[in-house]
Write a protein that binds this ligand. Structure first.
Ligand code: ATP
Ligand code: MG
Length: 447
């Protein structure tokens, strides 16, 4: 891609309400544009990143056996009355009146909708387990939308819903999602902390929130850093005891939110050098809630004995659009964003020092095609701008590898390469630069 043929409206002005780095950087790099409070357009550069995160989430959920579908954004009020959540959900629910004076809800979440789909088609334990997910826009009329897409009103969520015959089977589905989440966040290069979450009024249910610690999070979290170094064996785990063991590897480490934190136990269990506390942002939430919706909504199945029972359910959310901001909070410096290879909008940036030099253009074209043959995406800054401006913008938009090419470099067949992750520079032969970057980018993109 050539900068002049793309659309990256970088911005000097930062709105006064953009208080956190990710919000400022997303606006400055032309990734998003605010349309009204908590509602954003995703401009091409931001949209590219959003799609890449979505793809990783989809791949890992499918590997864990979940099946993708798409439910509508608008839902019938009646479903929410059936589940009993209509009155309780509160002012975050956006209601819309159609021309027949009927109320619709812009879905803040989809438990009711998916239970309705399930009960319409599934009647027997023989069709279980089932896990359905979609990646769809949600709307919550947050009282204080802030921090850009971190807490928007309209936001993109991946939500999966599991259906099982009984509690034990349901646990299996839950643990599979737990492991799938760990894999997703590993590929996104963020250290997440699984923290036991309040599971509401239902006894015996399981719930974890996956949070990252940043300076700008909301609630306080305490954890043991050794959690981040754990490696997952890549086997597909299928029986309950193997799954339990794999999850147990993570949950054995101390982690707690402020309200459940016990300083004495923290100090006993966690050596000082591994203690971590900080403000957290929730990027995912998994929840096993049994018959909470299936019972009032009469989502019954016949079990092995031929008896009608309510299906056991769980729900599993990931804030896909929030993750874009969360990754930036995690990975930026004074100059701009530093994208992990797995979600970077382009892998390689090439700065053309002399935009009108035909020789330079030709060599850049060749380098660009070579990268592209290796499945790396390239952005060439071919604008008629100062080199200083081009450097600054490349740093701002955060591409991992930046090549600078001018007439002298071509004569010497050499090129300056900047490695954004380590903030180092090297002067390499053109061939050497291509080989090095290709192998680095591939290594770091792998799951
Ligand atoms: P929070 O505690 O941050 O308000 P929540 O507990 O209400 O989140 P869930 O209902 O668990 O959120 O939704 C699943 C995921 O959707 C969350 O883990 C989060 O990543 C994302 N999410 C929730 N609310 C928003 C929002 N207003 N803007 C962006 N993402 C959100
Ligand atoms: Mg939550």
């Amino acid at each position: 891609m050539y900068w002049t043929e793309f659309f990256i409206p970088t911005n000097k002005e930062i709105p006064a309400d953009a208080k956190i780095p990710s919000h400022q950087l997303m606006i400055r790099s032309g990734m998003i544009k605010q349309e009204s409070s908590g509602i954003y357009s995703w401009l091409p550069l931001g949209f590219k990143v959003l799609k890449k995160i979505e793809k990783i989430v989809r791949e890992e959920q499918e590997k864990a056996g979940a099946i993708e579908m798409l439910m509508p954004t608008l839902q019938a009020v009646e479903l929410w009355k059936e589940s009993g959540r209509y009155d309780g959900y509160g002012k975050e629910m956006l209601k819309i009146i159609d021309r027949h004076n009927r109320f619709l809800i812009y879905g803040p979440t989809n438990e009711e909708q998916v239970t309705e789909i399930f009960r319409a088609f599934v009647k027997s334990y023989k069709n279980l387990p089932l896990n359905l997910f979609h990646i769809q826009w949600k709307f919550r009329d947050e009282i204080r939308p802030r921090f850009g897409v971190m807490r928007g009103r309209e936001f993109l969520m991946k939500d999966a819903y599991s259906f099982d015959l009984n509690e034990e089977e349901s646990k299996k589905s839950y643990y599979k999602m737990f492991i799938s989440y760990i894999k997703i966040f590993k590929r996104l290069k963020i250290n997440t902390i699984p923290v036991v979450a309040d599971s509401g009024e239902i006894g015996g249910s399981l719930s974890h929130e996956f949070s990252i610690i940043t300076n700008t999070g909301e609630g306080q979290v305490y954890c043991d850093k050794r959690l981040f170094d754990l490696e997952l064996d890549n086997d597909d785990l299928n029986n309950l005891s193997d799954l339990e063991r794999a999850v147990g590897n993570y949950t054995q480490f101390y982690s707690a939110t402020e309200d459940k934190h016990n300083e004495k136990i923290f100090k006993e269990k966690v050596p000082e050098e591994f203690r971590l506390k900080g403000k957290a942002i929730e990027v995912g939430h998994i929840f096993s809630f049994g018959e909470k919706y299936s019972s009032p909504m009469k989502a019954y199945i016949t079990n092995k004995e031929g008896k009608n029972v309510s299906v056991y359910m769980g729900s599993y959310g990931i804030g896909v659009s929030r993750l874009v901001a969360a990754i930036i909070e995690y990975s930026h410096d004074k100059k701009g964003i530093i994208w992990p290879n797995s979600v970077t909008p382009f892998h390689v940036g090439i700065i053309n020092v002399q935009a009108d030099n035909k020789e330079c253009l030709k060599v850049i074209q060749e380098i660009k095609s070579e990268f592209e043959e290796n499945n790396l995406e390239v952005l060439v800054d071919d604008r008629d701008e100062s080199v200083g401006k081009k450097y600054a913008d490349m740093d701002l938009i955060g591409l991992p590898y930046i090549l600078t090419i001018g007439p002298r470099d071509i004569k010497e067949k050499k090129v300056d390469v900047k490695f954004r992750h380590t903030d180092t520079k090297e002067n390499l032969s053109i061939e050497g630069a291509i080989n090095r970057i290709t192998s680095l980018a591939k290594e770091k993109t792998r799951s």
